[in-house]
Design a protein around this ligand. Structure first.
Ligand code: GLC
Length: 695
């Protein structure tokens, strides 16, 4: 390979079927012919990728095949709930199954690699990309990472039904200051290591093929040029030898970041840091050869990157069969037809019943007229949410349509704005569909206010003013600070963006065909002023309540969120009893069995999720008030009971001590079990861990 051909393998360009970054340009096939392109993204359709692949394989000197990448973040042709919503299902098996299906559709559509899972632990809903994340908790993020990587990649990414996964954005991007996308990040080493890194470690342990560094910096060094994090930590300490592919233009952006003088300098910094592929930055293509000629970069470093890229192509089976994912393994249509039931099941498990006063929900199959109104009632396109490039939005199901299918025996009214008064006056129930539209969520959608616009507020006030039972279905990519809705509506459902089957799934939840089981994957703030807000906060020296004035509090708001992490109501009731441990004294390094009995004390079958939290009340550092260490979901018929158990391995008790060493500090640990991160709703028991005695 010539140096130019080597550099070409490190260059990834967009084909512009989807718009995912600035300065898009259609794919230049002559650049492919010149061997200047190693991979292409934002192109799908077996016939489309095959056409470009033929140019690479038949019209270049070496005939090295391309690989094709695309953002399959929550489904490809069949859309599943956005990640923040799917995380609310607390179901790793479901997360893996939706990734398996997405991989089947994607690989049948000519694509080899997805830029997913996104693993940014998110605690700031002003940041629009919270929608793409598995929520606020690192431990939940770890489980999500494992499930998604296994789902996308299967046992072998050479399989024509699998795609390579990319863990992104490594790391700490969600902590951009003030929730402003692409802004600098202020993170302690402790928070970086305890909260933001673990999901990526889990992705690596699951065998993720690629890593995408974040646009942002860690400790003032942009991740894309951060040799300490990409080199020393990721490659050396963690042993990752897969491909590191930059985010969109991120290598070139080292110049505006102020750590590179020009593209040649940016290319030098990024390659030394360990970035193998330049996505749309044109830095490697325009700067690497000169950097080698000027002795800034060794040819060995270029060869190392090229080998990783060729090794990925080999692992994907492309060196044996460049057209491996281009129609030989079934068509995406045939596969997609089998995805709708899974999409509906995933969606109804991801919806969260936030409030339900006096049993307003579920809607009965017979009764008086139901009014369905609001800008999102029949907005089937919006159900996709962001990152829905390949889906046919016309195939999405709106809530209006879903309710029509689910309640054939009910009079459903869909009034236009000027008909609201008459339609609502004698309604048995009003279902108001409010919230964000899809383009208000995702990348580059940071918001300073998380409220609804004036029109929606006016519509809500009007509907609440009728005095008729009022259900609000809230579509959003993040929690919205709408306390006035929670105060006045009789029931509220967090409907997120639930994907292709959103309308049918929400109808299942509203009618009780599915007893809502979703539990919040993020804390829901009352007010933007509380952000960042999350359950795993460290205690204060003056915790709330120690003094009427001198304590950690606001003078204009409660401290607690509108709804805690794990909140979610059901149409039935559950009771826990008899929390018990396999031991009350452990030696460091031993495991602990935790068990509790759960009973469905209501009159309807339903699924309950229980969570296990730990707290180390006295340690060399101030440890979080609660740390999630397990969850399990149980489906029970009315009156039935079941014992739920978890095994906590030694790693559950580990933390970073004052010297930043990962260790188990002997002493008392408190074990909590319950439905959410509200201590009032948790059963608690203590255990003592002693040093292992060396005989
Ligand atoms: C975008 C996003 C990244 C995505 C990439 C390719 O800017 O930051 O998540 O994978 O570009 O579309």
């Amino acid at each position: 390979m010539t140096l130019a051909e080597k550099v070409g393998q490190l260059n990834m360009v967009t084909a512009h079927m989807a718009d995912t970054g600035p300065g898009m340009a259609p794919l230049d096939l002559d650049a492919v012919r010149r061997g200047e392109v190693g991979s292409v993204f934002n192109l799908w359709g077996a016939e489309n990728t095959a056409r470009v692949q033929r140019v690479a394989v038949e019209e270049t000197r070496l005939g090295i095949p391309l690989f094709f990448g695309f953002d399959v973040v929550h489904g490809h042709r069949t859309l599943f709930p956005v990640p923040i919503a799917e995380a609310c299902a607390f179901d790793p098996d479901l997360w893996q199954r939706t990734a398996v299906h997405a991989a089947r559709e994607t690989s049948a559509d000519g694509v080899d690699l997805t830029f997913a899972p996104m693993l940014d632990v998110s605690r700031d809903p002003r940041w629009g990309r919270m929608v793409e994340s598995p929520g606020e908790d690192a431990w939940l993020g770890m489980r999500f990472a494992e499930a998604k990587v296994r789902g996308f990649q299967g046992d072998d990414i050479a399989s024509p039904h699998a795609v390579a996964a990319t863990a992104k954005h490594f790391a700490g991007y969600a902590a951009s200051i003030a929730g402003r996308d692409y802004a600098t990040v202020e993170l302690s080493e402790r928070t970086f290591r305890e909260i933001h890194l673990p999901p990526f470690q889990s992705a690596l342990a699951a065998g993720v093929a690629a890593i995408m560094p974040a646009f942002t910096d860690y400790s003032a060094v942009p991740l894309t040029g951060n040799a300490a994090i990409l080199g020393d930590l990721l490659r050396q300490s963690w042993g990752f030898d897969g491909v590191i592919l930059s985010d969109y233009g991120a290598i070139a952006e080292l110049v505006p970041h102020g750590v590179a003088a020009d593209l040649q300098d940016a290319a030098t910094v990024a390659l030394h840091a360990g970035v193998d592929i330049d996505m749309m930055g044109n830095a490697y293509l325009s700067g690497l050869e000169a950097a080698v000629e000027h002795g800034k970069v060794s040819i060995d470093l270029v060869d190392t990157a090229v080998v990783r890229v060729l090794r990925l192509k080999h692992a994907l089976g492309l060196l044996d069969d460049p057209f491996r994912r281009m129609g030989e393994n079934g068509t995406w249509e045939a596969i997609a037809s089998k995805g709708r039931d899974l999409a509906r099941d995933a969606a109804r498990r991801s919806a969260v019943l936030l409030t339900n006063r006096s049993g307003t929900l579920p809607l009965a199959s017979s009764g008086g007229p139901i009014v369905v109104a609001g800008p999102l009632a029949n907005a089937w396109r919006e159900m996709a949410g962001p990152w829905a490039g390949a889906v046919d939005l016309e195939q999405n199901v709106s809530l209006a349509f879903g309710l029509e299918q689910a309640l054939p025996g009910r009079e459903l009214r869909f009034p236009s704005e000027d008909e609201h008064g008459a339609a609502m006056a004698d309604a048995e129930t009003i279902v108001l569909c409010l919230g964000e539209t899809a383009e208000m969520s995702g990348e580059a959608t940071s918001r300073t206010k998380l409220d609804l616009d004036e029109d929606q507020r006016r519509l809500f006030d009007f509907a609440a003013g009728t005095g008729r039972p009022l259900v609000v279905v809230l579509f959003c990519g993040r929690p919205l600070t709408v306390p006035w809705i929670f105060e006045r509506a009789d029931a509220v459902v967090a409907a997120w963006f639930l994907g292709s089957e959103a309308g049918n799934a929400l109808a299942d939840v509203l009618t009780g065909a599915w007893n809502p089981s979703g539990r919040l994957s993020v804390s829901w703030p009352r007010d933007v002023g509380q952000i960042p807000i999350f359950y795993g906060q460290r205690p204060s020296g003056r915790p709330l309540g120690v003094d009427p004035k001198y304590s950690s509090r606001y003078i204009d708001s409660p401290n607690d969120p509108q709804f805690v992490f794990g909140h979610g109501l059901s149409y039935t009731a559950f009771e826990m009893s008899d929390l018990r441990l396999s031991a009350t004294n452990l030696k460091v390094g031993e495991s602990l069995e935790v068990s509790v009995d759960l009973r469905n004390s209501g009159d309807r079958a339903g699924e309950q999720t229980l969570m296990v939290f730990l707290r180390d009340p006295v340690a060399s550092v101030s440890r979080p008030l609660l740390e999630l260490r397990g969850f399990a979901s149980v489906f029970l018929e009315p009156g039935d009971s079941e014992s739920v158990s978890w095994t906590l391995g030694p790693e559950a008790f580990e933390g970073l001590d004052a010297g930043m060493r990962r260790t188990i500090e002997p002493g008392v640990f408190e074990v909590f079990v319950g439905p959410c991160a509200d201590v009032e709703q948790l059963l608690k028991v203590s255990i003592s861990i002693e040093e292992k005695t060396i005989n």
